[in-house]
Design a protein. Sequence first.
Length: 351
Amino acid sequence: MIDRDGQLKRIDMNGVIYFDSILGIDGTTYPIGTRELPSNTIADVITLCGLLNIRHINVRGVLVLAAAMSAYRFEGYKHLDIAHTVNLGGQDVSVSSFHRLIITGAQGGAGLASYDDCMLLSVTGFNGVATLCGLITAITLAAATSTAFINCFSYLGACTINLGTPTIANFENLTGSFILANQTAGITNIWAANGCEIIINNTCNGGTINIYGSGWVTDNSAGGCTVNNYTIQASGTVALTTFGTEAGGAVAYVAASWETIFTSAVTKPTKLVGIIITNSAAPTTPIYRICSPAGTKIFPFGASDAVASGILQLFDPLIEIPKGATYEVSVNCTAIGGTATLTELDKIELG
């Protein structure tokens, strides 16, 4: 026998139970729980979900969880004009997901939860993944868990993150202003963006905090906490492209041999722009090359080049030297008795 009435109810529900703390009513009799007549009691919502085998709850107003709600989907309305808030109430929300809601209260349960496009307001016991979420006032991570915050930001000024003892806590593309507090063990990784402000309190006295990217870091951590500041602002200034010159002393020519007149170990990616070599005697066009310390030629591409004494020669294209490499400028001449001097080597350093 076909339960046409039951089928119509399920079609009307469309896989969603509606909760509205202001306009809803209590009870579990159809059509309570539909869009037109939402429920205002979470216990009734759970009952309706069980009766109709539904795990999707639409939230208006304030919903306070009063029982374990694992593997549910909670959805709001962008939390902008009306405060659609879920208070976790310390309940087990393992494997549950929250979308476009304001989240507050304590997260319970051992499993991960996910938060998408939410506002996290004074959440404690956080255990899971937050994506595109705004963090408000303070958040506290659950102990010994692996958590992730992806493309998250502080919403109303500096937000405090109580780290505790994370197995690993990753904050990817973090923007805004944050205060890190109470880390006593574990690993925190932060990839800061857009000059994110990060202040590390002296309550961080254990574990490791790694900070990468573009961020302004104030390290007030106590002994025992290792802070590795790898941001481009770590030196107190933003890394810039700079222009400079090098010079070398006079080196005597020896017949038919290469003589090194300059050596440089590169600490930043470098582009060589031009060169001036000055001879004290004939010939007026010394042969030169740029090479590695082992003699592997970097420039020129073909036969070693000649440069007019005391005249700037521009490199076309520019000669690129990678960070960490060492290069030399050397000259070769059969005329004994004269000297060669690297008068000027123009360069661009990147970052």
